[in-house]
Design a protein around this ligand. Structure first.
Ligand code: DC
Length: 217
């Protein structure tokens, strides 16, 4: 079902730790409301992948092209950790700000998922969701994904990766992972993806209705 009211600019920001389900929610919302979707983690993954090939992280960020996010192999554990490392470099983040800010305010509506969307990239977003789940739940989910391409990987390895990234993403000085003060918290540990998605959709619908109402008043 699509909402009938459509302001020119409308941004949904979804932040949360690794494998919290924010990407699945973002894709579902983008589809329901016909918003453009940016998985900002893919930007850091693309740059992380280039550093694994020997490039300097800042140079890779300066040469970033949106097409880079479409390359294969960006979901491996090695790239995940490299992404988390390059994402802690302030110069890398600074170079990527404009691209993300422009995406967020593009015409027709946008949804972005990441770590700093509601706090840094688009504090003016009309809807901000902060999606969490326990580290163990997230590791189980990520294991299922990774097993599709790597049958050797173990739950313990994935849990360790998730915890290492959580720690680095949340404690870095530059744009650390944290909820915006006005974010809606969504803990998906005990929720099915369908229930979580329905909740997220209802928050988007309410925001659209509020804007519609405000326009009419
Ligand atoms: O969402 P993800 O797991 O694909 O993100 C990969 C890494 O990129 C993550 O460990 C932290 C970093 N990241 C970030 O610092 N800021 C964002 N907006 C998105 C991702």
């Amino acid at each position: 079902m699509r909402s009938s009211y459509r302001p020119d600019r409308f941004t949904v920001a979804i932040d949360g730790p690794a494998a919290s389900g924010k990407g699945t929610l973002a894709r579902g919302i983008a589809e329901t409301f016909d918003f453009a979707h940016l998985d900002s983690g893919l930007i850091y993954r693309a740059i992380g992948a280039k550093t694994l090939e020997g490039q300097d992280a800042i140079v890779a960020a300066q040469n970033f092209d949106a097409e880079d996010t479409k390359r294969d192999g960006l979901r491996t554990s090695a790239v995940s950790l490299a992404a988390s490392e390059v994402a802690a470099i302030p110069e890398v983040r600074a170079v990527l700000l404009d691209f993300q800010k422009q995406f967020a305010r593009r015409l027709g509506g946008a949804i972005l998922d990441g770590r700093d969307i509601g706090t840094v990239i688009c504090p003016e977003a009309e809807v901000k969701l902060y999606v969490t789940a326990s580290a163990e739940t997230r590791a189980k989910r990520r294991l299922l994904e990774l097993r599709e391409t790597n049958s050797e990987i173990t739950y313990e390895q994935v849990l360790e990766d998730v915890k290492t990234r959580d720690e680095r993403d949340a404690t870095r000085a530059s744009s650390p992972l944290r909820p915006a003060h006005d974010a809606i918290m969504l803990d998906t540990s005990e929720l099915s993806i369908e229930t979580a998605l329905e909740l997220a959709r209802s928050h988007v619908r309410e925001a659209l209705e509020r804007l519609d109402q405000a326009k009419a008043d």
